[in-house]
Design a protein around this ligand. Structure first.
Ligand code: ADP
Length: 315
């Protein structure tokens, strides 16, 4: 394996590296297998590819799932979106950028530490094959607190993008830190975000929250894909009727005001929180959420063919 990539002419370096990774059985044609090669050959392979993991990634769309504050179900919606897209047959990853409040591994029931190889950090996969990366997977103990200042948080987020071998993905769902904080800015400036999905709840001062997020998105030139209203109603276990506990949410109207889509709503459902607590969020399906998944699928379909990150950066 002495051939140098630098002398391979006519193909992008990253493509040649991927061809070799496929030949070595590290990488499937659909980009789903990312086993680090065993033993010495992995080092030869790293020498051969000579590229950082991030450059070998081909991510078609990046969805940033945001909320104005914590506790409105942002992580739950991010996880349901990822699970739904995966169910629809897409190749999906979840990047948990909520460094101080990570909940993605717990929702998916993943506790396996990421493996490292000379190619980069290999994200663990959930039972349905969603690749996930979260600071919680790196901690000795999942209850340990991450007490970091801004720059360290920003560097962890950037590493999750640049040093993780995500491979080929149709969609990377980013569970954002709550609000329009420094860390949220890090994601929006460091990652090629396709669009923002905003999560609100009826008691969440929707107008102010949507307005702030819409303004942040506007300043950074990132499209707002739409708004999901969570915890909109409860269903009476006896008569099956829906009750809007906090009054009818005016999210739909709000979405119109800010010239974005109302993507759908989700009721308060004990089955959802139970499945989340048990690490089985992928088992949850609700007809009301299908529109949200469909909207995201359309964004993926309409996105241009993915490029290697190395090519994208050069543009
Ligand atoms: P955030 O990411 O906005 O802080 P989470 O997604 O972690 O919020 O949700 C906070 C809590 O609310 C979790 O315990 C979650 O299981 C619960 N939860 C979120 N949405 C729903 C819902 N629609 N029905 C029932 N419980 C929910």
């Amino acid at each position: 394996m002495t051939e140098s990539l630098a002398v391979v002419v006519g193909k992008p370096r990253a493509q040649t590296a991927i061809d070799r990774l496929q030949a070595e059985g590290v990488y499937d044609a659909d980009g789903s297998r990312i086993d680090p090669p065993e033993g010495d050959s992995s080092y030869e392979l790293a020498e051969f590819t000579g590229l950082p993991a991030g450059d070998l990634n081909r991510v078609r769309t990046v969805f940033a799932v945001m909320s104005g504050k914590g506790g409105v179900g942002k992580s739950t919606v991010a996880a349901l979106l990822a699970a739904g897209l995966r169910r629809a047959g897409l190749r999906v990853g979840v990047l948990d950028s909520d460094i101080t409040g990570p909940s993605i591994p717990k929702l998916f029931g993943v506790s396996e530490h990421p493996t490292t190889s000379p190619l980069g950090i290999m994200p663990p996969q959930t039972s349905t094959g969603v690749k996930i990366m979260s600071i919680n997977l790196m901690l000795q103990n999942e209850d340990d607190a991450v007490i970091w200042r801004g720059p360290l948080i920003a560097s962890a987020i950037n590493q999750f993008w640049n040093d993780v071998f995500w491979g080929d993905l149709d969609a990377l769902v980013v569970d954002m830190p709550p609000g329009t904080s420094d860390a949220a800015l890090t994601v929006m400036q460091g990652l090629p975000v396709t669009g923002i999905v905003l999560v609100t709840s009826p008691q969440d001062l929707a107008e102010m929250v949507v307005s702030k997020a819409a303004k942040m998105a506007g300043h950074l030139d990132i499209p707002l894909i739409g708004v999901v209203e969570n915890m909109s109603y409860v269903v009476c276990p006896h008569c099956g009727e829906k009750y809007a506990l906090f009054g009818e949410g005016n999210t739909q109207q709000m979405a119109e005001t800010f010239d974005t889509e109302f993507l759908g709503d989700l009721g308060i459902d004990p089955q959802l929180s139970n499945l989340g607590d048990q690490g089985q969020i992928e088992a949850y399906e609700h007809p009301d959420f299908k529109d949200v998944i469909r909207a995201a699928q359309t964004v993926v379909t309409d996105a241009p063919s993915p490029k290697f990150e190395s090519e994208r950066k050069r543009e």
